[in-house]
Design a protein around this ligand. Structure first.
Ligand SMILES: [Zn+2]
Length: 370
């Protein structure tokens, strides 16, 4: 009697190991998410995956169902893909692929929207069929899974290269299934300099998916804006750190107060030796105060962000103008003193730096300022 395992039995045996691995990896991923304690801002209603007549096949990524192919259901879209293709890109998807070939596959059925794994639609239908696909739940979306397949099979669709919307949908899917290469490319494609992503969304992604290079620019954008936040933006901030929104408002207010104080209290003039000898010191201070206040007004009169450096340029211009009319070495000395002491920007930088730390809270690390 031939006791060698058949190819099918082999795959089932391998399946035991791999399915255990996949469950372990999915559980670890879930645990990591829990440790980060970032709850998704997406409100997921009861999924439609139990209502079969709502399903439709993806027009580009539905290969004929057959041996070696896997049928996935993501939201309401069915995908059929060759199992082998996941082997090299994602340990988790690859594990699920083997799960899809077994009758008793399906990992734990959990009602929590954050749980994910192959789930049976039906106990009676054969697994991995159109009627009984492997269900991928949040954070997988049909758009995200489709974007992942567009990335994986660049020649199997007519949509051209991935759009930035595709990369945006792909990001959570690539992160969750550990498709490292796709994840890195998505991060690069969605770079803040290349793509506008609403800042609370970007910050949420940066912290949830561990993208340190997005944290500082996004926090700076939030702090420097005077735009009021909408309710969903506020909710998103609270997702990762409950006091984040209140802290953001407080930091903005501290900056404004600091700027007002600067205008009210111009620095004392550093007089030149000639000036002191000629006893014209009061006159110098008056002129300096006027230049200082006019220039500093730009700090608060613009609706957008004006940094201390910009005001420095205004001051410099004003001092130049005064010097054309009359020699005023004192103003020049005072300006270089202001620059040397960083009066216009050092305190703001400190406020902003502390504000960034306070907004993200103690559970996340603010990347070091380069
Ligand atoms: Zn003077």
């Amino acid at each position: 009697m031939n006791t060698n395992p058949t190819p099918d039995q082999m795959s089932i045996d391998n399946g035991n190991d791999t399915s255990a691995l996949a469950r372990k990896q999915a559980a670890e991923a879930a645990e990591r998410r829990q440790q980060g304690q970032i709850t998704s801002p997406v409100i997921v209603s009861r999924p439609d995956h139990i209502i079969q007549h709502l399903w439709s096949k993806d027009p580009d990524f539905f290969a004929p169902v057959g041996p070696g192919n896997l049928v996935f259901l993501v939201e309401k879209t069915l995908f059929c893909i060759h199992a082998w293709d996941f082997k090299t890109i994602s340990p988790i998807l690859s594990g699920l692929s083997v799960l899809g070939r077994r009758a008793e596959i399906y990992a734990t059925r959990q009602e929590s929207s954050s749980s994910l794994d192959g789930q049976p639609i039906s106990e009676n239908e054969p697994p991995n069929s159109e009627a009984n696909p492997i269900v991928l739940k949040e954070p997988a979306t049909a758009a995200g899974f489709r974007a992942l397949l567009k990335w994986l099979y660049p020649h199997h669709h007519d949509n051209g290269p991935l759009s930035q919307e595709d990369w945006k949908s792909l990001l959570p899917v690539a992160h969750f299934y550990q498709v490292e290469k796709a994840f890195k490319t998505a991060v690069a494609e969605l770079d803040p300099k290349r793509y506008y992503l609403e800042p609370t969304q970007r910050l949420w992604c940066a912290l949830a998916y561990d993208i340190p290079e997005w944290i500082r620019p996004t926090l700076a954008e939030l702090i420097r804006s005077d735009q009021q936040l909408l309710k969903d933006q506020v909710d998103r901030l609270k997702c990762f750190h409950e006091p984040a929104f209140r802290t953001l408002i407080a930091v903005r207010a501290t900056l404004v107060r600091h700027r007002h104080r600067l205008i009210i209290l111009p620095p004392t003039v550093t007089h030149s030796e000639d000036c002191v000898a000629g006893s014209r010191t009061e006159h110098c201070q008056e002129r300096w105060n006027r230049i200082w206040r006019d220039s500093c007004l730009h700090l608060i009169s613009c609706t957008g962000w004006v940094g201390g450096m910009t005001v420095e340029v205004y001051l410099e211009d004003a001092v130049d103008q005064v010097q054309k009319l009359a020699s005023s070495e004192c103003l020049r000395l005072t300006l270089s003193d202001v620059n040397a002491r960083g009066i216009l920007w050092r305190k703001e930088t400190q406020i902003e730096e502390q504000g960034m730390k306070d907004i993200i809270g103690p559970r996340f690390v603010l990347p070091v300022l380069e």
